[in-house]
Ligand binder design. Structure first.
Ligand SMILES: Nc1nc2c(ncn2[C@@H]2O[C@H](COP(=O)(O)O[C@H]3[C@@H](O)[C@H](n4cnc5c(=O)[nH]c(N)nc54)O[C@@H]3COP(=O)(O)O)[C@@H](O)[C@H]2O)c(=O)[nH]1
Length: 951
């Protein structure tokens, strides 16, 4: 039942059913209605016709009867004889039958005397003169006498007796009604007979009175039809006026007949009763047949629809079964074929997508090949798949990875040689495929598979970056045609493998770039973070310790600047090899940037003394560096500063371990470089202090905490000939802070630019003020850091300050450090010339500490060389210092440059320098750096020489 009803759930089914029912109902309804109207009309006509006919028949028989009455009356008239004063009837044979037709027979004499021959009622109507006249001319008069009731009306007939008795007497007879009206043959009709004034003479049903309005119609035509209602019955009636005038002297007699519609329309009423059930039956039949038809055609449609929905949900497995031997069965077959193809395509695409995902996430070409060998046979319906490398130049096929149905992957390492023709055809078929067999193209390669004599093979050349890199081979057992979708899929797959292999190569490259330092080949910071995390987890799990060594090369910048970047790179490469050689393979050596390296020493077991073990490694590294290295043709020894932090002692996470090792390294640097330091919490405090100092320094100028002090420079006679401007920082809370502490910090943060400009401007203003106050003009030097010197706007800035302060530039000297000046020799020389062009003097500070080459020292437009105080400090004691100082002095003289010795603290040093023709001296022996006003006091006391000093 549920199945039967279910088709009504279907919209199409409902529509078709309603359409079918309407299609049946509308014509049947219209037909029924039209038929009803037509039949009703026909029945009406027929009824009217039959009534007319009946009316006419009645009329004819009525006239016949009147004629008979007339004949009878005239025969009776013949048998009338005069008898006395009256009349009598002569007996005759047919007397009985003739006289019997009349209820009354009366002879009316011309004098009006009436002699009754037969008398039943005794009533004799009077004749009018016109009637008598008509009778006199031989006509038979018919005279209706209307009674109070229809049954009382009578019809008289009168004829003249003049022809028989030559007297103008008239024989009148009252016609017997039962003979006259004779209405028995008219049933089932009703009959009325009326005179010309519509007075009723006879009615078959006396109480059935015709309404006046109906009767009034009778005078309008000789005959006609009418409708009337009587006692809830409808009647159809006809009337006919009798043309009696031609036969009798008579008024019009109207014959009326009527029949009940129920009788007349009996047939149509039967039709009306039967028609609705017929319609219902027809509808039911149509509905049933439609339902059957719909079910028949809808079931396959429903199945097709359900199958379509299943496909939409991704289920390609079900088939549609229709055995109707018609177009639906053909449609189902086509649908099943389409589903099969879709399923095959879907399988291919989803497998391809899965392969794509694997391929794109796989970095390794071997992994990609492995995925392809495992997944593809299932979607390409092949019995063998093989992927191999091809060298298009040597014609070699190698690394042949093969998988057959039911077997594991086989790797054939031994290469197979292909012919040149094979290679050419592979190159020709790029983006396409080759169909072959073991005796066709690439047979040398295919024969290696064995037992494939009757197989068909599809070969796809894989081209990566325009070069034939590999081939994919699919083997199909037997020579059955290969499905076209497999061919397309194979081609697609060839493209994917090509992309994947090129991706793999590219990913490999990217990975290398992202994780390894291209210069030294060492892992970079990314790897360090990863490994350190892993090693820390392992150390925590195994309860071992771990050390992080932070290494910074000492004076690497000097090498880079003085010998160039290529030399710096060479040094870094050599140093990185030294580091790797100093540790175990399981340890990690990382270059984290510039000249900074990190070494992670793993597996420090607790039963060892980790500190002493790490110390010996650090010493080993320092010792290994201490050997002479040849960099860019220069032999040099090199040092580094190391900081060590140990897990879990100093920190338990990578960031803190690195930070602490870094802090320890800075400590080692502070302590004179070329050594190593373990981290201690105090170091951390120092680092924090540095951060605070930096913050304070940023606001120092604004808070006017900085001052410029001046340290005198004297000549041989100890007379002040110049000064060096040296910055001082008097912090409100921290007190005096040494430039040795904050200048490196300012250089590190870049604040040195602002500070340097401020010192230079202050010095210019001070010099200008001294001159204005009338003091003897002397040259004052200002330190220019490497960072300041390298700024492109340096010359403009200096010129701007000189112009702003209005100082005479010949009394201002700039002290450049050796490394800065020699870094980019061409640029440096150009810039120094520009500075000199402003009228300034240039001196080389800390001379002897860098890697200056005498060959280009002479190219620099220098005026003064300052011997570094490290050579002066133990001059009186160290032969080596004496030798260096002597050679610097000789060099300066040779280049005609003035010499200034700094850091002169005692007479012995002064004496040595004096004896070796040093010209200017600076040091605590003469004065410490002092405020400007104090300096002016000294200057005022300092004797004036008549000859102007060269300083
Ligand atoms: N770029 C700038 N650098 C500056 C500036 N002011 C100072 N500095 C540099 O800071 C370093 C430390 O300077 P400071 O503490 O002022 O030390 C100078 C002298 O006080 C010191 N000196 C002088 N004579 C002696 C002595 O006989 N013994 C001794 N132990 N020290 C002495 O030497 C420093 C001057 O050196 P130098 O500049 O190389 O001539 C220092 O490197 C300054 O250069 C600044 O404004 N800008």
């Amino acid at each position: 039942m549920a199945r039967k009803l279910s088709f009504l759930d279907n919209k199409v089914a409902r529509r078709i059913l309603v359409s079918f029912i309407l299609a049946a109902l509308i014509p049947i309804g219209i037909l029924g209605l039209l038929s009803y109207q037509q039949v009703s009309e026909q029945l009406r006509l027929q009824t009217a016709k039959s009534l007319h006919r009946s009316c006419k028949d009645y009329m004819m028989s009525f006239i016949d009867r009147l004629n008979n009455f007339e004949s009878a009356l005239r025969l009776v008239a013949i048998k009338v004889e005069k008898f006395g004063n009256g009349f009598r009837l002569i007996p005759f044979i047919n007397e009985q039958s003739l006289v019997g037709q009349f209820d009354d027979l009366v002879i009316v004499a011309p004098n009006g005397e009436k002699t009754s021959l037969v008398s039943k009622t005794g009533f004799i109507p009077d004749l009018t003169a016109l009637e008598i006249q008509e009778i006199a001319v031989g006509k038979s008069l018919i005279k209706p006498v209307v009674g109070p009731e229809p049954g009382n009306s009578r019809l008289w007939m009168a004829v003249s007796l003049a022809y028989t008795h030559h007297e103008a007497s008239i024989l009148m007879g009252r016609l017997k009604p039962e003979i006259l009206w004779k209405a028995e043959n008219i049933e089932p009709n009703e009959l009325w007979v009326m005179n010309e004034t519509n007075q009723l003479l006879f009615a078959s049903k006396p109480d059935f009175v015709l309404p006046r309005e109906v009767r009034s119609e009778f005078s309008l035509a000789d005959s006609g039809q009418f409708d009337l209602n009587y006692r809830d019955d409808a009647y159809v009636g006809v009337y006919r006026n009798l043309p009696l005038k031609a036969l009798f002297a008579s008024g019009i007699i109207v014959i009326v007949q009527a029949q009940p519609e129920s009788l007349a329309f009996a047939a149509i009423q039967q039709f009306s009763a039967i028609y609705p059930p017929v319609i219902v039956l027809a509808v039911l039949i149509v509905a049933l047949l439609s339902a059957r038809l719909i079910t028949k055609y809808l079931t396959p449609l429903e199945r097709l629809k359900a199958a379509t929905l299943r496909i939409a949900e991704g289920d390609f497995s079900s088939r549609v079964n229709i055995n109707s031997h018609d177009e639906f069965e053909e449609l189902a077959d086509s649908f099943n074929e389409m589903t099969r193809r879709l399923r095959s395509q879907f399988d291919i695409l989803s497998t391809m997508a899965e392969i794509d995902r694997h391929i794109l996430s796989a970095l390794d070409a071997t992994e990609i090949v492995d995925i392809a060998l495992t997944r593809l046979p299932g979607v390409l319906y092949c019995d063998l798949i093989s992927i191999a490398k091809v060298d298009p130049e040597t014609y070699q096929v190698s690394d042949i990875h093969t998988r057959r149905t039911g077997h594991d992957t086989d790797i054939m390492a031994k290469p197979i040689m292909l012919g040149q023709k094979d290679i050419l055809s592979l190159l020709e078929k790029q983006g396409s495929l080759i169909e072959t067999n073991v005796n066709g193209k690439l047979s040398a390669y295919l024969k290696a598979f064995r037992g494939v004599d009757d197989w068909t093979f599809l070969i796809v050349p894989v081209v990566v970056n325009g070069t034939l890199s590999s081939i994919i081979c699919l083997g199909y057992q037997g020579r059955n045609p290969i499905p076209p979708e497999s061919r397309d899929a194979v081609r697609n797959f060839g493209d994917r493998i090509a992309v994947a292999l090129s991706n793999a190569a590219w990913e490999e490259k990217l990975y290398q770039q992202a994780h390894y330092d291209p210069l030294t080949g060492l892992p970079n910071r990314l790897v360090l973070n990863d490994r350190l995390m892993q090693e820390l987890a392992r150390a925590k799990r195994d309860h071992t310790q771990l050390a992080v060594l932070f290494i910074d090369l000492d004076r690497f910048k000097t090498v880079n600047d003085s010998l160039g970047h290529a030399a710096g790179d060479e040094l870094l490469t050599q140093v990185s090899r030294i580091f790797v050689n100093c540790v175990r393979e399981t340890d990690l050596v990382v270059r984290i940037g510039g000249d900074e390296f990190v070494i992670v020493i793993t597996d420090l077991h607790n039963h060892h003394n980790p500190m002493s073990m790490v110390s010996s490694i650090a010493e080993k590294i320092l010792a290994a560096l201490n050997h002479t290295l040849v960099v860019a043709g220069h032999a040099m020894t090199f040092t580094a500063s190391l900081g060590v932090a140990i897990f879990p002692r100093d920190a338990d996470n990578p960031q803190d371990l690195l930070k602490n090792a870094d802090a320890a390294m800075y400590h080692a640097k502070d302590e004179g470089r070329a050594n190593f330091r373990f981290y201690s919490p105090e170091l951390n405090a120092a680092a924090l202090e540095n951060i605070k100092l930096e913050q304070e320094l940023r606001g120092a100028i604004a808070r006017e905490e900085l001052r410029v002090y001046y340290q005198p420079k004297v000549d041989l006679s100890r007379r002040i000939v110049g000064a060096e401007a040296l910055i001082r920082w008097q912090h409100a809370e921290l007190g005096f802070i040494s430039p040795a502490k904050f200048i490196p910090l300012a250089e590190h943060t870049g604040l040195i630019v602002e500070i340097g400009q401020w010192v230079f401007e202050q010095t210019c203003l001070w010099v200008k003020a001294c001159h204005a106050k009338g003091f003897r003009p002397i040259r004052v030097s200002v330190n220019l850091s490497g960072i300041e010197f390298k700024r492109p706007d340096l010359v403009d800035k200096i010129a701007e300050i000189l112009s702003k302060t209005g100082v005479n530039p010949q009394f201002i000297e700039l002290e450049l450090t050796e490394s800065v000046a020699i870094g980019n020799i061409k640029d440096s020389v150009e810039r120094m010339h520009k500075l000199k062009a402003l009228g300034l003097s240039l001196s080389m500070d800390d001379f002897g500490t860098g890697f200056s080459s005498l060959s280009y020292l002479k190219e620099l437009p220098l005026d003064i060389i300052k011997i570094d105080q490290s050579f002066v400090r133990h001059l009186e004691l160290e032969k080596s210092s004496q030798a260096i100082v002597k050679s610097i002095l000789a060099l300066a003289h040779g280049l005609s440059m003035e010499t200034v010795a700094e850091g002169v603290e005692n007479e012995a040093q002064f004496d040595f320098l004096e004896q070796n023709q040093c010209q200017v001296f600076q040091g605590f022996l003469f004065s410490r750096p002092i405020p400007g006003e104090d300096f002016l006091k000294l200057l005022a006391e300092s004797p004036v020489k008549e000859e102007p000093s060269k300083a």
